[in-house]
Design a protein around this ligand. Structure first.
Ligand code: COI
Length: 363
């Protein structure tokens, strides 16, 4: 383990899960429904700064019902994973990107920035104490999902930046994000709602963006789809992203297109890593605005051969069908490039391939 430079007070969980209980959970962890024995916490106060770093037993938070997070959604979060390599060591992927994005989100939500070393130290402390929850290297593609988050805790109903904030890290063993494992997902084009508009919070990782996606997500499910795809707020023509994943379009001539980061799209760490991996393969990669008609027509004509969604939780997921009010287009295919990029990324993350970019960080 890499030593931590922040000194965390540790309160052990006297009720830790037994090794047998952990083994049972790790056999089929699902996504986001089991949590490890501890959580890391750091408080912030205006005029005091960050203080009182600690690791405590995992459990409910006690907050005043008037705490700002409950009323005005002053909240941000991150998503990362810890991977066990064959030699037993535990690693995470490009954590400095998450630390940086958390601070970008913090500025947008008028929350305090957290020194990146504290961010990393909180992750390290939690994974160190709960390392029994990191699945073994031979357990397929399971990992320990890490969820850092920051919330406004001050009791006040006035609409203003909170004077008290909590940063916390929790962790949850994770298998496939989608129930049913890795199979192509179907997407519903939301015509009623948008996810984000220019100048809004689209590129921040804040709960409000995800809350805003839920009604469309429900509409997609009512229409027999797994996920919803959002279009831009102005012209309702340009493809943005899913509720929590970026999109890539693979063309039959080898070109790969992904929507450019216009301020309304989350700058995914998986997205930027895949762009690098694809460029290194000599593929022509375009970050540009991409219309829903290009997608519909390209998929129907065969010009678009594969579409995939990506994010930390779901890694890379092939898209098999696009549906909208009045039509649909199937993208059956072999998802060959999708699966090969997926494997390349996972091989780096699980230490099965050389980490030539220096992306892995030993916890
Ligand atoms: C992640 O991929 O880590 C996210 O935060 C997205 C969410 C849909 C789980």
């Amino acid at each position: 383990m890499t030593p931590s430079s922040t000194s965390f007070a540790v309160t052990e969980n006297a009720d830790r899960a037994t090794p047998e209980q952990i083994t049972t959970v790790l056999q089929d962890p699902g996504f986001g429904s089991h949590f490890t024995d501890h959580m890391a916490m750091i408080d912030w106060g205006r005029g005091e700064g960050w203080h009182d770093p600690r690791v405590v037993p995992y459990g409910p938070l006690q907050l005043d019902p008037s705490a700002a997070v409950f009323h005005y959604g002053q909240e941000i979060f991150e998503g990362m994973k810890a991977y066990r390599h064959a030699d037993g060591s535990v690693w995470t992927f490009r954590p400095e990107r998450n630390a940086e994005r958390l601070n970008n989100s913090a500025r947008r939500l008028a929350l305090p920035e957290l020194p990146p070393t504290m961010f990393l130290d909180a992750v390290k402390e939690l994974v160190a104490i709960d390392q029994a929850w990191v699945p073994s290297a031979d357990s397929g593609e399971t990992s320990l999902y890490i969820r850092p988050f920051m919330i406004a805790t001050e009791e006040a109903l006035g609409v203003r930046p909170s004077n008290r904030v909590l940063f916390s890290v929790i962790a949850s063993p994770a298998g496939a994000y989608f129930t049913g494992g890795l199979k192509p997902v179907s997407l519903w084009v939301s015509e009623l709602y948008v996810r984000a508009a220019a100048g809004g919070t689209g590129e921040a990782k804040c709960g409000g963006n995800y809350a805003a996606s839920l009604a469309s997500q429900a509409e997609g499910i009512e229409n027999g789809c797994d996920q919803v795809v959002f279009l831009d707020a102005v012209e309702r023509r340009y493809v943005e992203e899913l509720g929590g994943m970026n999109l890539f379009f693979v063309h039959a001539d080898g070109r790969i297109v992904t929507p450019e980061l216009t301020g309304t799209i989350l700058p995914g760490v998986t997205r930027s890593s895949l762009l690098e991996l694809a460029r290194e393969r000599g593929l022509q990669v375009e970050e540009r605005r991409f219309t829903i008609d290009e997608w519909r027509e390209g998929a129907a004509s065969g010009e678009i051969s594969e579409v995939f969604a990506c994010g930390t939780a779901a890694v890379i997921t092939p898209v098999g069908r696009l549906a909208w009010n009045g039509g649909e287009v199937a993208m059956p295919g072999t998802h060959e490039l999708t699966m090969s990029l997926r494997e390349e990324l996972l091989d780096i993350q699980y230490g099965r391939a050389e980490d030539r970019h220096g992306w892995m960080y030993q916890l």
